[in-house]
Structures are given as C-alpha cells and as structure tokens.
Design a protein around this ligand. Structure first.
Ligand SMILES: *Cc1c(COP(=O)(O)O)cnc(C)c1O
Length: 422
C-alpha cells in the first residue's frame, strides 16, 4: 500500500491532519475530545463501491447497523437508497428515524423477542432472517395475530472448512448462528407449510474481516445448490443474501477491493434472476471514521513510556477486547525525536489500552487520531467508570456537523435514584 493512511479522505497539510477539508485541530477546538469523526465522502465512496460493482443486476446493499448506528451516518446511507441489516428493535427504530426504508430492512439475530417481531411486522420490513425452528413458529403465530404474512429467509450455516479459512468465525457448525445445512430442507418445507409465512429467501453470513473472497464463494456455491434443490420441490426463493464480512486495512492487511471481492460471486451467479443481497458493516464505515483524543499526560518510565489520553476502552473497546490494532497519528507533527509509547486511557483496568509501542513525537496536550475506528467503535462504547460517551461529527467538504452531542454526566444517572431509607 502506498497511501500514508488507510482512510481515503485523510491527509496531512500545513495545519496538521485534515479529514476532507477540515483540520482535526479545529474539530477538537470546537467540539472537544474524545470525538468520533467521520468523512461523508468516505462513507459515500464505500457504499458506491458496492453499488457500482452490483450495477446491472437486481441487488440490495443492506448496511449492517451494528457496525455504526449513528443517525447521521445511517442518514447518509439512507439518502443513497441503502437497505439496512438490523439485529434489534432498537436498530430498526434508528433506521426509520434516519430516513431509511422499512421495506429494505433485513432482520438478523438468533434471539428476536416477540415485541421486536411485532414492531418489524408493523413496519413492513423486507425480510426476517430466521435462525431456528422455534423462531419460525413464533413468527407464524405473531404474523397471524397481526393479520399478515411474514417474509422469511432462513439463515443457513454453510460450515465452511476452518482449516482452509482459519479466519472464519461464524460459519462453523459449532457456533450459535443460523441453522445447519442438513436441517435447512426440512425447515424450508415446514416454513412453506405455515400459513402466515411467505418464504422469500436464504441468508448466510460466515464471518468478519475477511481478506479474500474464497470462503464466501465456497459458501455461495453451497447456498446455490440448496436454492436449486428447493426450487425442484416447488419452493422458489427471490433473494439470496450473502451477508457481510469484507475486511479493511487497519495496519498492513491487503483486503480485495469491493469490486474484486464481488467479481467471483457475480460470475458464480451469472444470469440467475434472484436479487443478490449483501450486509456490509466494517467495509462501509471502518475507514471512514477516526477517534480524536487529546494527551492528558506523558508518563515516561523505566520499561515503558505511557501517553495517557482522554479516550479509553469505554470509547474504543476493540484493542482491549480483541487485541485489535489501530493506527495512531499525531494530529500536528512536531520536530522532536520520537519516543515509543503505549497509548492508554484513564480507566482503572490494566486492559485499558488503545495502542501499544508506537513511535510518536508528541507533547502533553497534543491531539492523536486513532484511525480506522468508524466500525465497531462508537457502537460498542459504554459508560464504564461513569464516562460520558464521546461526541460524533461528520465532516462534509469544508463543513463539520455535530451528529451526536457529548453525553453529560447527569444523563448517565438520570434513570437512577437513591434508595429512600429509614
Ligand atoms: C455483523 C454482521 C454483519 C456485518 O459484518 P461486517 O464484518 O461488519 O461486514 C452482517 N450480517 C450479520 C448477520 C452480522 O452479524
């Protein structure tokens, strides 16, 4: 990779790091830190890559809301005609509040509650991706109650071989997602016989941060064989959902472009008439966002130097949770000899680190940008240690728009009360 940054709209200018036409230093001055900052142009480019690659065939790109559920971000995708992949009633409410279309929503997840199913039936979503026999029965009963028929797909588990694809995490027999391939046929027959279900499609999602399309192609081949077997029995599907999972560059990974990732799938599908759906999350928002934070203290030590920043594992959990690597860039370059730092937050956990052993030329009070933080960043954040969650900003050209205010401390305990005693 030749680009300095994996984020396409990030550059270094005389005023330090710029996202599109806005200096990150100005964002910190105006909105404070820690703040998540997204580039609208990068979000649009990521979505357009899917759109263009699928141009000319029936297709639906459903943004995985769990990767980034900010209304501002969702509204950018909604304006482009996106669909959405949701895993809760809360995410459905967000999609609708952001201007997304219910009839382009697919509902994934193994634990849909009755209330969530009723909410989705009322909204009129595109499809329920059903993950068990018990869910089929529940869905049929609730659709009957609502006087409607629920559109369903079965999420199948193609059991792609982990030895050939060691990074697969959700497509194996032993995990909780989807139904086994061997059970799919009887379940489809059962679904077709239930009066308040409309069998529409099939879905699979085999894992995340995939750096090669081979496992998805393998899974798609199995799915197509099943689709043809179903058709032979008179169960005809009108869409095939291959999930999300395309990886991004955090460090030195070399994921395929969206077009290269989709090419072998498009070849496999040829002239088939079914609508082809994808549920990308990370590849839409990951490299469109960063976490802007300020150094509170520099703490040199005998074995390690620490840069203690105002963001922490509650803001960006991936390093603590998955030992994930995020690039760290000083917002304003200094003419100092670089030193090696661990970037840590103020939380009382030794797991509270954001990055380790990074060479940085920085002073107390300087700003750092943690890159590739647009997916599974803010959406996984918490209030641990009673830390108000970060603000979120979308940059669009020369403009910066606040799309989530920084939380106040009072809001953190607004639903609590002291116990009346004595
Ligand atoms: C998490 C998830 C996605 C998105 O995965 P990415 O790796 O972020 O693209 C899509 N579909 C389902 C069912 C998921 O659980």
């Amino acid at each position: 990779m030749s680009a300095e940054f994996s984020s396409p709209t990030l550059s270094r200018g005389p005023r330090g790091l710029m996202l599109e036409g806005v200096a990150l230093a100005d964002i910190a001055a105006r909105f404070g830190t820690p703040t998540y900052v997204y580039s609208r142009a990068a979000l649009v480019a990521a979505f357009d890559a899917y759109r263009h690659a699928l141009d000319g065939r029936p297709a639906l790109v459903c943004c995985a809301v769990k990767a980034n559920s900010n209304l501002g971000v969702l509204s950018v995708f909604a304006a482009l005609g996106a669909g959405f992949d949701i895993v809760s009633g809360g995410e459905l409410a967000r999609v609708l509040a952001a201007g997304g279309r219910a009839d382009r929503v697919v509902f994934s997840g193994a634990g849909k509650s009755r209330a969530e199913i009723r909410q989705a039936l009322r909204a009129g979503i595109h499809c329920f991706n059903v993950e068990s026999a018990a869910e089929l029965d529940r869905l049929d009963a609730l659709a009957a109650e609502a006087g409607t028929a629920a559109p369903v797909a079965l999420r199948v588990n193609p059991d792609v071989d982990p030895r050939t694809h060691p990074y697969i995490s959700t497509g194996l027999k032993r995990n909780k997602f989807g139904v086994a391939f061997s059970e799919a046929l009887p379940l489809y027959r059962r679904a077709a016989a239930l009066p308040h279900l409309r069998v529409r499609g099939i879905a699979c999602h085999i894992g995340s941060q995939l750096l090669d399309s081979a496992p998805v192609v393998e899974a798609a081949g199995k799915v197509l064989a099943l689709v043809d077997q179903l058709a032979a029995e008179g169960i005809r599907l009108d869409h095939i959902d291959l999930g999300g999972g395309l990886g991004i560059r955090y460090r030195d990974e070399t994921p395929p472009t969206v077009a290269a990732y989709l090419a072998p799938l498009l070849e496999l599908f040829g002239e088939r008439p079914e609508e082809l759906c994808f549920e990308p999350g990370r590849s839409l928002t990951g490299n469109a966002g960063l976490l802007l934070t300020r150094i509170e203290y520099l703490k040199p030590g005998e074995e390690k130097n620490f840069a203690i920043v105002d963001a922490a594992m509650n803001d960006l959990a991936r390093p603590a949770l998955y030992d994930a690597w995020h690039d760290v860039a000083a917002v304003v370059a200094r003419d100092l000899p670089p030193r090696r730092y661990d970037i840590v937050g103020p939380i009382c956990e030794s797991g509270d680190f954001l990055a380790r052993e990074r060479n940085l030329a920085v002073e107390e009070g300087d700003l750092l940008a943690l890159l590739s933080a647009g997916a599974y960043g803010m959406s996984m954040s918490s209030n641990y240690n009673s830390r108000p969650r970060a603000a979120e900003v979308i940059v669009d050209g020369e403009a910066a728009h606040l799309v989530r205010e920084r939380e106040t401390v009072e809001s953190l305990y607004a639903l609590e009360r002291p116990l009346a005693q004595g």
